[in-house]
Design a protein around this ligand. Structure first.
Ligand code: PGA
Length: 639
């Protein structure tokens, strides 16, 4: 937590912001504030009015409130709630309606009176819209105004569904959703085409009227918009920036979401810093970018004009620092991600022995492996390492129904042709289920199974291009995913046990994993927590201490150069091969990686932009000029 920070570190921040180690810690703080307010009001014989939000972000807060209700007697009997928003055109019973979300995530588990909960009505007729929105505002006022408002933030900068263009005095109304917002909701709705185009939302003005506001944000996908809201100008382009004018608003965020704040990004610009080796690397590489000079051409005055004079006094001349950082960065580059046998490895990211290595690639869903590290994967295999890929989840939720229809048509035709009654029976069953579930219904187990098989087939054809035998692919189908839905996943011991078993069987020398720093409810982040738990279980086993863990950043993102501990360059041919590998994941062609914003309109272009960008960044530092680079950060298991 950052509360003890000297004031100068936060001098650019226009909103009080606290950074927590984890989302759970932040949620405890906010739950404390809510509990205290309820206690005070109840003691004074008053009701408490809470403004609530939906989305992934507040889920952990709601779990904590439920826990306090169950274990500590926190009562909501005197609480009135108002939710920020609701999709327009969805009945309250729709699985993605915010009414249903609130019931399932909070209301059903606490003693809140149903008549005290308010959510805009998404099924209202257009002609009644104006009156209904006004009535919502009046209801808030009649309840005495909102005591505590909980907010998430969208990547467009929206609070509630106040998309860019919303004015600070806006009130509850019908709005059109931004295309990025609809893309972010695509997974929940099993396809972007199913996401409603409109929503009803409380206005920015309504939110600013709350007596106290907590905005929560987790994961690096939110880092840009958090920095813009907290440090940028107040602007309609980022509606959350209007919270700067609220006298009692705190942003409670995790380290991932804080990444782009000045104090995290360039702490030397806003105060004195502890010049650890990592900090020096971060600062000098930044200086090179900022001055657009390769490392070896940085001058004393570049350092002193950019807030780094004390670094020179403490750690030596520009000349020495430049060379040191040049060498450090150069030593991250290796064409041998599994270690180079019989080579001096004192300056290589991976050790030479043992060789070959047992390498385990953990891919949260099919595609992440090739998308984020297809080139490295290919090299590991070609250099003779024993590579296993474990797909943690089946990824079946990300397959559009249209793909299943295609397979069913094939099965029907083939079944008729071959007069195979069993196949025909199955195909007809799934065909009927697809029809019956309609656009928004949950997939039946048969449909999910088939969708999972489609993704398996795609993974196999992708692996073939990377010269990987299909028996090296392991499909774990972790239960948390198979039994869940986006934003509702709840991993448990059976997930850890399943991964633990695989780890124990393989006893890898190196593991490639991802998910650290992502939104804690995302599949990669849950996968990472399962890995962490599985490693803790097997700590006593000798192999863990001899296993290196390499983190890839994806999907849709890359480490910054100062974070990369192993940079694997790809030749134009290898890079092209990787792209072909990605193309095999046909069902994913229109899915956008959850972390990407703007730029590429589809998944495939983005992968190549990222790897080219890393290569260009190395080039700009004055290192060799490569076609593409995949970057990895080493993760040391904390005991
Ligand atoms: P999220 O959405 O919590 O699902 O990220 C937040 C929002 O859009 O406000």
């Amino acid at each position: 937590m950052s509360e003890s920070l000297p004031v100068e570190a936060t001098q650019r921040e226009q909103i009080s912001t606290t950074i927590y180690r984890s989302a759970d810690q932040a949620c405890i703080r906010v739950a404390d504030a809510i509990s205290e307010r309820i206690a005070e009001n109840t003691a004074a014989g008053k009701q408490t009015v809470l403004g609530l939000a939906t989305g992934s972000t507040p889920v952990r807060l709601y779990r904590e409130l439920i826990r306090r209700h169950r274990d500590e007697g926190l009562s909501f009997a005197d609480v009135i709630t108002f939710n920020l928003d609701e999709y327009y055109g969805l009945a309250g019973s729709h699985p993605e309606s915010y009414r249903r979300f609130m019931q399932e995530q909070l209301f059903d588990f606490i003693d809140l009176k149903p008549e005290n909960t308010h959510i805009p009505d998404g099924a209202i007729a257009r002609e009644d819209m104006f009156a209904s929105c006004r009535a919502y505002e009046e209801a808030i006022e009649n309840a005495g105004g909102i005591d505590i408002q909980i907010l998430g933030i969208g990547r467009t900068g929206h609070i509630g569904f106040n998309e860019p263009g919303s004015t600070p005095d806006s009130r509850t109304r019908l709005v059109t959703l931004d295309s990025l917002t609809r893309r972010d909701a695509a997974r929940d709705f099993l396809g972007e085409e199913n996401v409603p185009r409109h929503a009803i939302t409380m206005g920015v003005g309504s939110i600013l009227h709350a007596r106290q506001v907590f905005l929560l944000a987790w994961g690096e996908a939110k880092a840009d918009v958090i920095a813009q809201s907290v440090e940028g100008p107040q602007t309609e382009a980022i509606p959350a920036s209007f919270l700067q004018r609220h006298p009692n608003c705190v942003f409670c965020i995790d380290e991932g979401a804080a990444r782009r704040l000045t104090r995290a990004r360039y702490p030397w610009l806003v105060g004195t810093v502890d010049w650890s080796p990592d900090m020096i690397r971060k600062a000098v590489l930044w200086l090179s970018r900022k001055t657009k000079k390769p490392l070896l051409k940085l001058l004393e005055e570049d350092y002193s004009e950019n807030g780094m004079a004390d670094l020179l006094t403490e750690k030596g001349s520009a000349y020495e620092l430049n060379i040191r950082m040049f060498n450090t960065t150069q030593h991250t580059i290796t064409g041998w991600p599994g270690g180079k046998p019989n080579a001096d490895d004192s300056h290589r990211p991976e050790r030479a022995t043992p060789f070959p290595k047992r390498s385990l690639i953990l891919s949260p869903e099919p595609l992440d492996d090739v998308y984020c590290m297809g080139g490295t994967f290919h090299r590991l295999v070609n250099q003779g390492n024993e590579v296993t890929v474990a797909y943690l989840t089946s990824g079946n939720l990300a397959v559009p129904d249209s793909e299943v229809r295609r397979v069913i048509e094939l099965m029907l035709e083939l079944g008729e042709h071959r007069q195979s009654t069993e196949d025909l029976k199955f195909a007809r069953l799934v065909e009927r289920q697809l029809r019956e579930k309609g656009q928004f219904g949950d997939d039946t187990p048969e449909i999910r199974h088939l969708k999972g098989l489609i993704r398996r087939a795609e993974s196999r054809s992708s692996a073939r291009l990377l010269d990987v035998d299909s028996e090296r692919l392991r499909f774990l189908d972790l239960p948390f995913y198979e039994n869940g839905r986006y934003r509702r996943f709840q991993p448990g011991e059976s997930d850890t046990a399943k991964l633990g078993e695989l780890l124990h069987e393989i006893r890898p020398h190196q593991i490639f994993a991802t998910g650290l720093g992502n939104d804690p409810l995302s599949v990669p982040a849950l996968g990472f927590e399962i890995l962490r738990a599985a490693l803790a279980d097997s700590r006593t086993r000798d192999w863990v201490n001899d296993c290196r863990i390499w983190l890839y950043r994806g999907p849709g993102m890359e480490w910054e150069t100062h974070e990369i501990d192993m940079a694997v360059p790809l030749s134009p041919d290898e890079f092209e091969n990787k792209i072909q590998g990605i193309y095999q994941h046909q069902t994913q062609r229109n899915q956008s990686p959850s972390l990407s914003k703007g730029g590429s309109s589809n998944t495939w272009n983005l992968a190549s932009e990222i790897n080219h960008a890393t290569a260009n960044a190395y080039d700009a530092l004055g290192l060799a000029e490569y076609e593409a680079i995949e970057g990895f950060k080493r993760w040391i298991i904390q005991s």
